[in-house]
Design a protein around this ligand. Structure first.
Ligand code: PLP
Length: 440
């Protein structure tokens, strides 16, 4: 018999440790659309892990690539050295990024990607003689990981308040969620484009545009409950940034790699930023990896800023372009292409949308919003107990319905692997509907 699990030594991230350890929710295997729980149940994965296993779990091609690389070369430095897979992975990624965005800096996750992008933005202006551009603008309810840069431009009070003031020179746009006008929108909400205009009318008017280095937004705000940008909102942000020489950064850690049925959110919205941050689906989450993709002009500015024998950017990680991560990324990008997974997501998205909106009349459902293979279901909170309703439903789904969902506050967020089929979509929403009904 297995000895009982010792839980006391692990300090779990973003977890109510004491509550969890009383009744641990454990996953021990995975394949395709399913996890297996430690008590042997098949759990339908409604969240692609943490928005990351886009090609489904344990894809044989990705597994083989990692195994082979682990046996060939475990590690190679990428400071003043290189290995071929690093260049191959960058080339493959640049093949699917928007035209003109084709220079890739590797890091290990989304948080590092965010800090990397913010540092590139600040350094870019400085090398071009505009050191006065030091401000960074994020958005309320934005999630940009957990580095000091990310929590500063991020707009989630709970993620910041334990840690002091963070970076200086930061301001935030309002978030564009407006349930009073846009509840139960399918696709892009109709109302709210004008909220992007606040960048110019309030923030730039207050700070002076020549002090602003960059604006960073998630095309869809995922972690704070699936906030979908109103029609033309992102284009308006782009126009204002271009007008004032401000870099626009899309944090595509969630929206990258087919989540919206296109390679990136930038493609879906047809709005091209100056930098894209990606991670998660880059390696199908099999090995940690993140990347910042910048446009050629940014890279060229750095190359032109100093003599050939000097380092252009004083930034990098021991594990930037780790060989295992590169092998996983190359295999993953090939799988996306060979199996046409982005197209598949686009094709099945209307079915997903229709199934999601069938939950509209269930008890306590305040809003349902969706785009591509992302959906948010917002519930009204229990009196005086924010977050408990959704969390109870999450637990019910896991223990009684064999379904993994994700919750944030009183919002249920769904983001299944892109390989989900019609029957599994039906299953996902009918199990969730049962859980919501039974909880009411
Ligand atoms: N940016 C966004 C938009 C995210 O959703 C996340 C994680 O969910 C991050 C950054 C941070 O990524 P990581 O947890 O890999 O550091």
């Amino acid at each position: 018999m297995n000895s009982p699990l010792q839980t006391e030594h692990l300090w779990m991230p973003f977890t109510a440790n004491r509550q969890f350890k009383e009744k641990p929710r454990l996953l021990s295997k995975a394949e395709g659309m399913y996890y297996q729980s430690s008590d042997g149940r098949q759990i339908l994965d409604g969240t692609a892990g943490l928005w990351c296993v886009n090609a489904g779990h344990n894809h044989p091609k990705i597994v083989a690539a990692i195994q082979q690389q682990a046996a060939t070369m475990d590690f190679a430095p990428t400071f003043q050295m290189g290995h071929p897979l690093a260049f191959e992975a960058a080339t493959k990624l640049a093949e699917i990024t928007p035209t003109g965005m084709d220079r890739v800096f590797f890091c290990n996750d989304g948080s590092e990607g965010v800090d990397t992008a913010l540092k590139i933005a600040l350094a870019y202006h400085r090398i071009r003689g505009e050191a006065g551009r030091f401000r960074l603008i994020g958005r309320e309810r934005g999630y940009h990981g957990v580095g000091f840069g990310g929590i500063s431009v991020g707009g989630i009070a709970g993620n910041r308040k334990q840690f002091g003031p963070g970076l200086s020179g930061i301001d935030h746009l309002p978030h564009p969620l407006d349930i009073t006008r846009n509840a139960f929108s399918k696709g892009l909400p109709v109302h709210g484009e004008e909220l992007a205009g606040i960048l110019e009318t309030r923030l730039l008017a207050l700070h002076d545009p020549t002090t602003v280095a960059a604006v960073i937004v998630e095309p869809i705000q995922g972690s704070t409950g699936v906030i979908i940008p109103p029609k033309d909102y992102l284009r308006r942000l782009r126009d204002i940034c271009s007008k004032h020489g401000i870099l626009l950064i899309f944090d595509e850690v969630i929206t990258g790699f087919g989540r919206l049925g296109t390679a990136f959110g930038a493609d879906y919205f047809d709005v091209i930023p100056d930098m894209i941050i990606c991670a998660k689906g880059l390696t199908n989450a099999a090995v940690p990896m993140g990347a910042v993709v910048v446009n050629t002009a940014i890279y060229d500015s750095f190359m032109a800023s100093s003599p050939k024998d000097s380092i252009e950017l004083f930034h990098g990680y021991t594990y930037s372009a780790h060989p295992l991560a590169c092998a996983a990324a190359i295999a993953t990008l090939e799988v996306y292409q060979e199996e046409q997974l982005f197209e598949r997501a686009a094709q099945i998205a209307p079915y997903f949308e229709a199934a999601a909106h069938q939950l509209r009349d269930l008890p306590h459902v305040r809003d349902i919003r969706n785009l591509g293979l992302v959906c948010g279901i917002e519930l009204s909170p229990q009196a005086g107990k924010t977050t408990t309703r959704a969390f109870d439903i999450f637990e019910k789904c896991f223990w009684e319905k064999d379904l993994l969902i994700r919750t944030t506050g009183d919002i249920i967020a769904l983001s299944p692997p892109l390989i989900i089929n019609h029957a599994q979509i039906e299953q996902l929403f009918s199990k969730l509907a049962e859980a919501i009904r039974e909880h009411a």
